[in-house]
Design a protein around this ligand. Structure first.
Ligand code: ASP
Length: 298
């Protein structure tokens, strides 16, 4: 069994010839290639789903996180992207704490970039899985129509720092939904999002809502002082069965995860019959596979 511990161990001439064969494409390659998953922020659902989606489509997922890559040595995003492209990855999935990082990456990339969440900006694949979950729950209405017309969706929580809220507002309004964003005044966006209503009254947001989407408090993106206290937030904004009494009788509840149980949503609602939370997780894998396929085939 040959170990490769020193340059002395390398059979130079045959190795050179073999490398040339690979580079000139005379040796068949296994699989469809590699997709890089560049995760500068923690993730369970999104990363797991993209990783499994790569495998499902026959690609090898190459997961890179700052602590195990040259990012920790100070390599810039541009150079990391250029390096991955030079290594021949077929696409790069990126999650980053800064809004706009995916756009920046796309300027240096020769392969498709998929945004898996950039700061408080956007999380398009989450929004797609959320709207797919609603589409299937509503019995697959004609997707070429404004099939969410007359449906009120209340997105409640830390809207200001939520990329999920921003991407969902885009897709939900496209399908005709009446979208309400609800948060304490300090956690509403500075500038209103187009086509959506904003309120800090949870009663107004939940009144006759068909869908309630709860959002986590994004403490990692908050400077201090946004909330008087966690208890005040729970008291005034937690999604509870009692509060949902004013919602539409068939109201469903969603959450992109991770859930902070007992903060933005009470257990009885998260685990109750109205909850679509685990369906969202299940749908996540297929949605990422379809997004990768779309990016690679167009
Ligand atoms: N998982 C979602 C995101 O990455 C929601 C959250 O973290 O609260 O934005």
């Amino acid at each position: 069994m040959p170990h490769l511990l020193s340059a002395h161990d390398l059979p130079l001439a045959p190795m050179l010839e073999r490398i040339r064969q690979y580079r000139e494409g005379t040796t068949p390659r296994q699989g469809r290639g590699t997709i890089a998953l560049l995760f500068y922020e923690p993730s369970t659902r999104t990363r797991g789903a993209f990783e499994q989606a790569c495998v499902m489509l026959g690609y090898h997922p190459l997961v890179l996180t700052p602590s195990i890559s040259s990012i920790v040595k100070g390599e810039s995003l541009a150079d990391t992207v250029r390096t991955l492209c030079a290594q021949g990855v077929r696409a790069i999935v990126i999650r980053h704490p800064h809004a706009g990082a995916a756009h920046t990456a796309s300027r240096f990339s020769t392969v498709p970039i998929l945004n898996a969440g950039d700061g408080a900006h956007e999380h398009p694949t989450q929004a797609l899985l959320d709207i797919y979950t609603l589409w299937s729950h509503r019995g697959y209405p004609n997707p070429h129509t404004r099939w969410l017309e007359g449906v009120k969706v209340a997105i409640v929580g830390d809207v200001k720092h939520s990329r999920v809220a921003r991407s969902n507002a885009i897709l939900l309004t496209q399908a005709g939904a009446e979208v309400w964003l609800c948060a304490p005044p300090t956690l509403l966006p500075d500038a209103p999002l187009p086509g959506v209503q904003q309120t800090h009254s949870i009663e107004q947001a939940l009144q006759n809502a068909h869908v309630v989407m709860a959002l986590r408090l994004q403490t990692e993106r908050m400077e201090s002082g946004f909330l008087p206290s966690l208890n005040a937030y729970r008291r005034d904004y937690q999604i509870t069965e009692a509060r949902l009494q004013v919602a539409h009788p068939d109201c469903v509840v969603m959450h992109p995860g991770p859930i902070q149980r007992g903060v933005e949503i009470e257990d009885a609602v998260a685990d109750g019959s109205r909850s679509l939370i685990l369906t969202q997780v299940q749908v996540g894998l297929t949605v990422r596979a379809v997004c990768l396929e779309y990016a690679l085939e167009n």
